[in-house]
Design a binder for this molecule. Structure first.
Ligand SMILES: Cc1cc2nc3c(=O)[nH]c(=O)nc-3n(C[C@H](O)[C@H](O)[C@H](O)COP(=O)(O)OP(=O)(O)OC[C@H]3O[C@@H](n4cnc5c(N)ncnc54)[C@H](O)[C@@H]3O)c2cc1C
Length: 412
C-alpha cells in the first residue's frame, strides 16, 4: 500500500544493479515500483552451468516478490520516458497493454542485449546465452541432437554435423559454455551414448587473435593449451559472416556444418535505451556523472550494463552493476534526506572463469591462479555470492547430484 506523503521511486529492471539496490533499500523513504519483463533476479555467472544440467535452472534465480516484498512489481517493459512529465510508458509482458507510470525518482537498470552485429542468420539459427530461457533452449537442443544422431540409418556426415557444437565468441561466457559442454560430454554423454562418442566435436570460433583477452595473457594461453588437450578446437581470426540452417560461413570462405551454435560475442544496447531522449555515449550507453545521475537530470539515475560514468570506463560486469546498485541504495537515502550526493567508487576484485575438467582461472588483485585449487575457490566464491540461502543450498545439492548421479538427459 503506497503512502501518499512519500515520493515515488520507480526502478527499471530486476538484474544485478536493480536487485542489489532493492535488497539494500531498507530506509523506507520512498514508495517503490519495480518494472521488468523478468519477475526474478538471475545469477548469470552460473548460467553456463545450467545449459548442460550441472546446475538446475531454478537454483540460480530469486523471485523479485521475495527479494523486495515491500515493492509493487509490474511484469512489463519500459518503452519510453517522458522526463518533462515524469512519466514512463510501459507495456505489460502479460497481455501487451500499454500504460503510464508516474515517477518522482527513476532508476534505470535495464542491462544490455546480445550483440549480433547484424550478421545474417544469427537471430534465426543461433542460440544465445543471456537468460534462463536461452539456457533451457541450449539444453533441449543438445539432447535433441543426440537423440536425432542416435536414430537408425543416418548418413555418417549428417551424424557428425548434428553432434558438432559450435560456440561463437571467445570471451568468458563462450569459454565457460565450451568448458561445461566438454564436461557434459566426457562425464555423461560418452557413457550414455557410447556409439556416438567419436562423432562429437566442440569448436570455438573467435574473431580476434586470442580468447579471454580480459584475462592475464598467461591464463589465456593456459586455457588454449587446456582446450587443446580436451579436444576443443579453438579457431582464432575466424569471423562469422553468415549462419545458415546447418552451416556457418566464415570470412575466409570456410563452411562449417553444425548441429548447435551458441552465439556469445558481447553485448549491445537495449532498444528502449537507444530510443530514449537520454544522453548516450558512442557505445549507446546512458551517460551519468560520478554520482550515477543521468547527465542533465536531477531525478534519474542509471546503473549497470546500460550506463556509463562519464570519463570512467568501467567494464560491463556483474561486479560493477552490483556495486553500483548497492551504492544507489545509500545515495537514495541521501537524496530522500536532501543531503549532498556523493561520487561512486568502484573496487575491482578481479575475475574468475571456469575452464572445464574441474579447473578454473582466477585473475585477482592479490593472486593469479589456475587449475583444481582455483576451481575449488571459484565454486566457493560463487556460492558466497549467490543472493539467498535457498540458492546456495540448491546449488550445493545440484553439484552433489551431478557428481553422484550424473547430469540428466531426459527430453520433454
Ligand atoms: C552467461 C553470462 C555469464 C556472465 N558471467 C559473469 C561473471 O562471471 N562475472 C561478471 O562479473 N559478469 C558476468 N556476466 C555479466 C553480468 O551478467 C552483467 O554484467 C550484469 O548482469 C549486468 O547487470 P545489469 O543489472 O546491468 O543488467 P542485467 O543483470 O542484465 O539486468 C537487466 C534487467 O533489466 C530488465 N529489462 C530489460 N529491458 C527492460 C525494459 N525495457 N524495461 C524494464 N526492464 C528491462 C531485464 O529483464 C533484467 O531484469 C555474465 C553474463 C552472462 C550473460
Amino acid at each position: 500500500m503506497s503512502n501518499l506523503s512519500k515520493p515515488m521511486l520507480v526502478v527499471l529492471g530486476t538484474g544485478f544493479a536493480a536487485f542489489s539496490l532493492l535488497k539494500n533499500l531498507k530506509h523506507g523513504l520512498f514508495n517503490v515500483i519495480v518494472v521488468s519483463p523478468r519477475n526474478h533476479f538471475l545469477f548469470t555467472p552460473l548460467l553456463p552451468s545450467t545449459t548442460v544440467g550441472t546446475i538446475e535452472f531454478r537454483s540460480i534465480i530469486e523471485p523479485i516478490r521475495v527479494g523486495a516484498p515491500y515493492a509493487t512489481y509490474y511484469q512489463a517493459s519500459c518503452k519510453t520516458i517522458n522526463p518533462t512529465e515524469q512519466i514512463i510508458v510501459v507495456q505489460s509482458a502479460m497481455d501487451g497493454r500499454v500504460y503510464d507510470i508516474h515517477y518522482d525518482v527513476l532508476v534505470i537498470g535495464v542491462g544490455a542485449k546480445t550483440n549480433t552485429f547484424g550478421i545474417p542468420g544469427v537471430n534465426e539459427h543461433a542460440l544465445f546465452l543471456k537468460e534462463l530461457s536461452d539456457a533451457r533452449a541450449i539444453r533441449q537442443n543438445i539432447i535433441e541432437r543426440f537423440e536425432m544422431a542416435a536414430q537408425l540409418d543416418l548418413d555418417e556426415e549428417e551424424r557428425k554435423r548434428l553432434l558438432h557444437v559450435v560456440v561463437v565468441g571467445g570471451g568468458p561466457t563462450g569459454v565457460e559454455f565450451a568448458a561445461e559442454m566438454h564436461d557434459f560430454l566426457s562425464e555423461d554423454l560418452s557413457n550414455i551414448y557410447p556409439a556416438l562418442h567419436n562423432y562429437v566435436a566442440i569448436t570455438l570460433l573467435e574473431a580476434g587473435n586470442n580468447i579471454l583477452t580480459t584475462f592475464d595473457k598467461e591464463l589465456s594461453e593456459y586455457t588454449m593449451r587446456l582446450f587443446k588437450r580436451q579436444h576443443i578446437d579453438i579457431r582464432t581470426r575466424s569471423l562469422v559472416t553468415r549462419i545458415g540452417k546447418t552451416v556457418i560461413y566464415l570470412n575466409d570462405g570456410t563452411e562449417i556444418p553444425y548441429g548447435v551454435v551458441v552465439w556469445s560475442t558481447g553485448i549491445g544496447p537495449q532498444d528502449f535505451v537507444v530510443s530514449s531522449p537520454l544522453p548516450l555515449n558512442d557505445g549507446k550507453k546512458i551517460i551519468t556523472d560520478e554520482r550515477l545521475l543521468v547527465q542533465g537530470y536531477n531525478n534519474i539515475f542509471a546503473a549497470g550494463d546500460c550506463a556509463a560514468i562519464e570519463k570512467n570506463n568501467l567494464p560491463a560486469t556483474s561486479q560493477v552493476a552490483q556495486q553500483e546498485g548497492r551504492f544507489l541504495a545509500k545515495q537514495l537515502y541521501r537524496y530522500g534526506k536532501d543531503m549532498p550526493l556523493i561520487p561512486f567508487q568502484y573496487h575491482h576484485y578481479g575475475m574468475l572463469a571456469y575452464v572445464g575438467g574441474n579447473k578454473a582461472l582466477a585473475d585477482l588483485n592479490l593472486f593469479k591462479g589456475r587449475g583444481f585449487t582455483t576451481w575449488l575457490f571459484w565454486r566457493s566464491a560463487y556460492l558466497t555470492k549467490l543472493v539467498s540461502w535457498k540458492n546456495k543450498i540448491l546449488v550445493i545439492f545440484d553439484w552433489l547430484k551431478a557428481i553422484v548421479f550424473g547430469r540428466d538427459v531426459s527430453r520433454f
